[in-house]
Design a protein around this ligand. Structure first.
Ligand SMILES: [Zn+2]
Length: 335
């Protein structure tokens, strides 16, 4: 190829690339997509669709303001999305449909906003505080995903809410009943609806168990002298950090609820593991036990009148939970 021809070709290639980039609608106030042009285009489609709902738009704006970018990656069969605070990155699974990715994006974008005020894993917090935070972060992200997809349904984009009902049945079940009669008209209606959705998350024992497992696993992988467990937050503080709504909070219930049995029980297995960890800390580092563990009761095993094989049943609940979006503590290891 002669020099002038080569220059001309480069010119054409350059213009083609510029054209593609210009045509990826990176709405700078809403989202910043990364990856190939095809990825960016797909992300733009998903984010633009989500942004039609006021809640989804707000979630995207908050994530963008916190400096997050959005990428696509194949995340395996059980994970729909990640939010990675260390890298300021939201990853959506490339293998799922846009309909599924919509509420996942609302969910992960909400995590991005949460991480401005709370860590994803913090071995300084005592166990009760850490579990209240972990659960509340997930419940809040799901409440946002539920409201965003409901708003889209009201605008005629119905698939994301159907998907949400499939992935978060215990939330959509109570949320749907709460908004059925008079919809969501005022800001107060919206706060009540978010509270109902938030609370509904705690009805799914399988999902709670998955987040407990992740937390206990992270503690076990932390050098024992760093497992301080001596910082405490009240349930009021947890609500005000996580359930943010404009300058205040949407949570209309009593924050103390987070400390009650339905909200704070753990499995026998996880309690045993944590008790062992207390013994190890005492033996190796002369550290005193975390008294907050005593306030966390063991959850009774779920029983079914139709099925004697409880272990099998618990396992299937857990399998379902694994298809849910997870907060990622160790992105690089789990990817
Ligand atoms: Zn999550």
């Amino acid at each position: 190829m002669g020099k002038s021809l080569k220059n001309a070709f480069n010119g054409i290639a350059h213009r083609a690339v510029s054209y593609l980039q210009a045509n990826v609608s990176n709405d700078d106030s809403l989202f910043k997509a990364v990856g190939t042009n095809a990825d960016k285009e797909r992300i733009a489609g998903i984010a633009t669709r989500l942004a039609k709902s006021p809640t989804g738009r707000k979630n995207l704006e908050e994530a963008r303001k916190a400096g997050y970018k959005i990428g696509l990656e194949y995340l395996g069969i059980s994970t729909l999305g990640f939010c990675i605070p260390d890298e300021k990155m939201i990853l959506l699974s490339s293998g799922v449909s846009d309909d599924i990715a919509i509420s996942t994006l609302a969910h992960e974008a909400r995590h991005a906003a949460q991480f401005e005020h709370a860590k994803d894993f913090d071995p300084k917090k005592n166990i009760k505080t850490a579990l209240m935070l972990d659960f509340a972060m997930e419940a809040d992200a799901e409440a946002n995903g539920t409201l965003a997809s409901w708003e889209l349904k009201e605008l005629g984009d119905k698939e994301p809410y159907k998907i949400q009902a499939q992935f978060a049945p215990t939330i959509v079940d109570v949320f749907d009943k709460a908004v059925k009669n008079h919809g969501i008209k005022t800001d107060d209606d919206k706060k009540k609806a978010l509270t109902v959705a938030f609370t509904g998350w705690y009805n799914n024992t399988g999902i709670k168990n998955t987040y407990e497992d992740i937390y206990v696993d992270n503690l076990k992988r932390t050098p024992i002298n760093e497992v301080k467990l001596n910082e405490n937050l009240s349930s009021e503080e947890v609500i005000s950090i996580i359930c943010k709504y404009d300058e205040g909070t949407y949570y209309t219930g009593n924050p103390k609820t987070l400390e009650t049995e339905k909200f704070l029980t753990i499995s026998k297995e996880n309690k045993d593991n944590l008790v062992l960890l207390m013994e190890d800390r005492k033996y190796f580092e002369k550290m005193s036990p975390d008294e907050s563990l005593n306030e966390i009761k063991v959850r009774p095993k779920e029983k079914s009148a139709f099925n004697d094989n409880h272990e099998q049943e618990n396992k299937s609940i857990k399998d379902k939970a694994l298809t849910a979006r997870i907060i990622l503590n160790n992105a690089r290891q789990s990817r």
